[in-house]
Design a protein. Structure first.
Length: 244
């Protein structure tokens, strides 16, 4: 009887602990904490190489992001500014992403630069937090809200989206997790016709090889392949002489 009571008590304690943990996992942290967390998750190097491997028609795109400071703001301000450099064989996209506190979600404002040449390669600078001139940032922004969910932040700006300089409308969906960014930009022309709607699945790249190392590995691969082919030809030559 005593063992039965102990067993029941153990089950109750375990169940209570599980419920408490589940509640803790579903309670959203303060917005201030969310701002810092989502900005941190958004920072780093990402690409969609895994997606390209499964869908060769999707272009390879890389994202390099780093924390930056606007030159006219207080370094202790609550807004988290992140510089983004997106590259693909067909295009380049440089933007400033500003994460700030909203009433019930994280506000995200996306700005273009007046002169891309002054910021290109910003994340490669040696200084820990590069500075961006506020005078080089476009006044008009594209805005959306990011809502917290366990292990992710999800946002979209449907149905209004953002209007581009050529009059097109871009409606964006984004999911940011600690090791991934999934995005879908639907681009509509001035008549409302859908032009593009390709989901892109970015995954964090933990370490990016130096160009010299990459070239070295490529050269080593070519050299090894050349030697293997040469050895095979020699072996065939010996067999032919033997058979004759």
């Amino acid at each position: 009887m005593h063992l039965l009571k102990v067993s029941i008590l153990t089950v109750l304690v375990t169940t209570f602990s599980f419920v408490q943990q589940s509640r803790a996992d579903t309670i959203a942290p303060p917005i201030k904490t969310q701002v810092k967390e989502v900005a941190q998750w958004f920072t780093g190097f990402f690409d969609n190489a895994q997606q390209v491997a499964n869908s060769p028609s999707v272009p390879l795109i890389t994202i390099s992001t780093c924390s930056v400071q606007l030159d006219d703001t207080n370094p202790l301000a609550e807004t988290q500014n992140v510089y983004l450099e997106q590259e693909s064989p067909g295009f380049e996209r440089l933007r400033l992403y500003s994460f700030s506190e909203g009433n019930s979600a994280v506000n995200l404002s996306i700005s273009s630069f007046l002169n891309n040449n002054t910021v290109r390669g910003l994340c490669n600078h040696s200084q820990s937090t590069p500075t961006v001139s506020i005078n080089n940032v476009e006044k008009n922004t594209c805005n959306l809200q990011l809502f917290w969910q366990p292990n992710s932040y999800i946002g979209n700006n449907a149905p209004n989206g953002c209007i581009t300089s050529d009059g097109f409308k871009v409606v964006s969906d984004v999911t940011i997790e600690q090791s991934s960014i999934d995005s879908l930009d639907k681009i509509f022309d001035q008549k409302g016709n859908l032009l593009v709607a390709t989901p892109i699945e970015f995954r964090r790249v933990e370490s990016v090889p130096e160009p010299s190392l990459t070239l070295g590995l490529l050269a080593l691969g070519i050299w090894s392949t050349k030697n293997v082919i040469s050895d095979n030809l020699k072996q065939k030559s010996k067999k032919n002489k033997t058979s004759v």
